[in-house]
Design a protein around this ligand. Structure first.
Ligand code: FEO
Ligand code: CA
Ligand code: CA
Length: 664
């Protein structure tokens, strides 16, 4: 979903207005008076210089050189014809490739395996046994991922998020609303069940095509599934609710955007724009609600129905204490949730040590035996931050598990104008953090309270406000970390890491840790590309983008096993309908050579998001979300993938080569 900030009423875009009103220093102060052109030029130069000057143990280890010092002279690593922009209502891929829709919204996967009804007349219970509505982050787990080598490429579990719903298409004639309130509990239950995660066992048949296996492992996790809360905030008084008086349990996950997966074979789903699902009528909302942009009305109005299953979305103080109402229910959201996809009885766990914000995804640095585990996550909202987590304990293959995500240090990033950067600890035992809190006159009772208020803690230490961090990816050889900054039309002052005011097109930043194992607090960064039209862009090779690779609003990001970077876009509004970019698309970059080519264009109104592959890299899975966005039952703006007259459906797409060889 592209979060534009038009805070419409019920069924609006879901978007959350900027809620970072902190005065934490950012580069505006450092670069005041410098023109935009100077910033761009100096940023590019500083980036390269910083990379050249950095100590590069991981690169040296991999026998590679920097992008700047070693541009070319390798085999063609992008051997396909770049495809042009398009506004066709279909999927386009280069000659020699196939794109096949797979498990669209409503595909039966468990229980009674209820068939999808074209008129959207499936019940709430049907929806709980079918894939959810809007496919997003996704991972393929080889069937032997938790035992053996995890290399099986013809059989596995495909696990995917369903970020949100388009209520006008989810119901036969749209949602029923009377005087601004929801009145049909069955409808709202269907909406709740269309959210969450699907676990789908899949296998290649004798013809080489992928099928859904009717397996006991198949599972739906929804916005109502019971879950546990772990980590430093477990049992915190700010997590006490009527359902969970001890603050250790909760129900559901929603607005699951990008994802992650652990070295021990579990799935991580990330709660992004969860705040809009709640409402509070309190004029004096506490900081743990106001800093996350809670409002007096919710996006889907679930809170307006009677009954505990719906009242939990109303965070208004109503009872004598927190255990009598749901004032703290929003504090159960904004976390990373770990799911064991191989055990359908497992209870998903919210890992609070990873912080509470609009988590886009979670990506890991290469896990090394005997070293702490390191992972990164972006807070996708205008002017929010980038984070890193370093586990307290060391990773041991075959022995480590989710507890590594419960004890560790959460850091937030500061990007300096000279191309250096620093990770600032959000740790109540850290003297520098305590001093910053004292200076800012902000108090936290304990680490649980720090984590529940992660955004405020990051404000206090002076993190750099970014242009909406979306997905990240770590280069498999060099260890460089790349993050998309999708756009930020609210930026009024440029800085080195976010060099364009009213940044409509977005960019991709990357950094290299100074420590070999990623655990240190210093890094060097540069800008990988500035997205935009040919007249306002800079590609990875330092020149303007061309017809083969213009893009805007980069969002999804993934490295293939050979170190090529796949970039997915999420343009919306006028950028999509009037811009020079056509429909949302997916490109591939070779960071070694600076090449960038468009590989796929999606159908009308859709964003491209979610990407994973089989270990043999012969099957690539990509998700197409919200084709025909804005459609109603009587006004279908796309008919992908089912054809004329059929409601558009979010869907996975299987990409293979016609000759059956590996994708690239
Ligand atoms: Fe759900 Fe930030 O995209
Ligand atoms: Ca987006
Ligand atoms: Ca996204």
């Amino acid at each position: 979903m592209n979060e534009q900030n038009d805070n419409a009423g019920l069924f609006g875009s879901g978007d959350e207005a900027p809620s970072n009103h902190s005065n934490n220093p950012h580069f505006n102060d450092l670069v005041a008076g410098i023109t935009r052109r100077q910033i761009l030029a100096s940023s590019a130069a500083l980036g390269s210089l910083a990379f050249l000057g950095a100590t590069l143990p991981s690169l040296a280890e991999a026998g590679e050189q920097t992008v700047a010092s070693q541009p070319l002279k390798r085999r063609n690593r992008l051997p396909f014809t770049a495809i042009p922009t398009s506004r066709a209502d279909t999927i386009s891929v280069p000659p020699g490739y196939k794109a096949t829709p797979f498990i669209p919204w409503g595909t039966p996967i468990t229980g009674r395996y209820p068939a999808f009804a074209d008129d959207a007349s499936n019940s709430a219970q049907d929806q709980a046994e079918q894939t959810g509505m809007h496919h997003d982050g996704m991972h393929f787990f080889p069937i032997d991922a938790q035992r053996g080598l995890g290399r099986q490429s013809d059989h596995g579990l495909l696990v995917l998020n369903h970020e949100y719903i388009d209520a006008p298409l989810l119901h036969p004639n749209g949602p029923t609303v009377v005087n601004g309130k929801r009145v049909n509990a069955e409808e709202v239950r269907k909406e709740i069940n269309a959210h969450g995660v699907s676990v789908v066992e899949i296998r290649r048949n004798v013809r080489g095509e992928w099928d859904v296996v009717p397996s006991p492992r198949n599972r739906r996790i929804t916005a109502a599934t019971p879950m546990q809360i772990r980590g430093p905030a477990r049992g915190h008084k700010l997590l006490q609710t009527r359902y969970s008086p001890d603050g250790k349990a909760t129900r559901g996950t929603q607005n699951n955007c990008s994802n992650g997966y652990t070295p021990w074979g579990t799935y991580l789903t990330c709660e992004e724009n969860w705040a809009g699902y709640f409402a509070s009528a309190d004029a004096d909302m506490p900081r743990e609600l106001s800093r996350y942009g809670l409002r007096s009305s919710s996006r889907f109005g679930w809170n307006t129905l009677p009954g505990d299953e719906f009242e939990r979305f109303d965070a208004t103080r109503k009872g004598a204490s927190a255990t009598a109402d749901y004032r703290n229910e929003p504090n159960h959201f904004g976390w990373i949730v770990e799911i064991d996809p191989f055990n359908p009885e497992s209870v998903p766990i919210k890992r609070t040590a990873l912080g509470r914000f609009a988590h886009e995804g979670l990506i890991f640095a290469p896990a090394k035996a005997g070293r702490p585990l390191v992972c990164y996550s972006g807070d996708d909202s205008q002017n929010e931050y980038l984070y890193k987590y370093v586990s307290r304990d060391r990773y041991w293959p075959g022995f480590s598990h989710g507890r590594l995500l419960d004890e560790g240090t959460l850091y937030v990033a500061r990007f300096n104008a000279d191309g250096s950067g620093e990770w600032l600890a959000l740790d109540i035992t850290n003297p520098r953090f305590l001093k910053a809190c004292l200076t800012a006159r902000v108090t936290f009772a304990d680490q649980g309270e720090v984590l529940i208020n992660t955004r405020l803690a990051a404000d206090v230490v002076g993190a750099t406000k970014m242009d909406r961090p979306e997905w990240g990816a770590v280069h498999p050889d060099t260890g460089e970390v790349y993050f998309t900054l999708t756009n930020n039309t609210a930026r009024t002052l440029a800085d080195a890491a976010n060099p364009r005011i009213a940044n409509a097109y977005g960019h991709i930043i990357r950094w290299r840790e100074q420590s070999r194992d990623h655990t240190g607090t210093r890094f060097n960064w540069d800008l990988f590309l500035l997205a935009g039209p040919q007249t306002d862009s800079r590609g990875p090779d330092g020149t303007a983008l061309t017809a083969d690779n213009t893009l805007a609003s980069p969002d999804g990001l993934w490295f293939d096993p050979d170190g090529r970077l796949w970039i997915q876009t999420d343009m919306s509004g006028s950028q999509l309908s009037n811009g020079p970019f056509g429909n949302n698309h997916m490109l591939v970059a070779d960071p070694r050579s600076g090449e960038l080519k468009r590989f796929l264009v999606g159908p009308l109104g859709a964003e491209i998001t979610g990407i994973t592959a089989t270990p043999d890299f012969r099957t690539l899975f990509v998700n197409i979300q919200h084709p025909g966005e804005g459609s109603t039952a009587t006004n279908l703006l796309s008919s992908w993938p089912d054809g004329p007259g059929k409601r558009p459906r979010s869907s996975t797409v299987i990409i293979t080569r016609e000759d059956g060889r590996h994708i690239l």
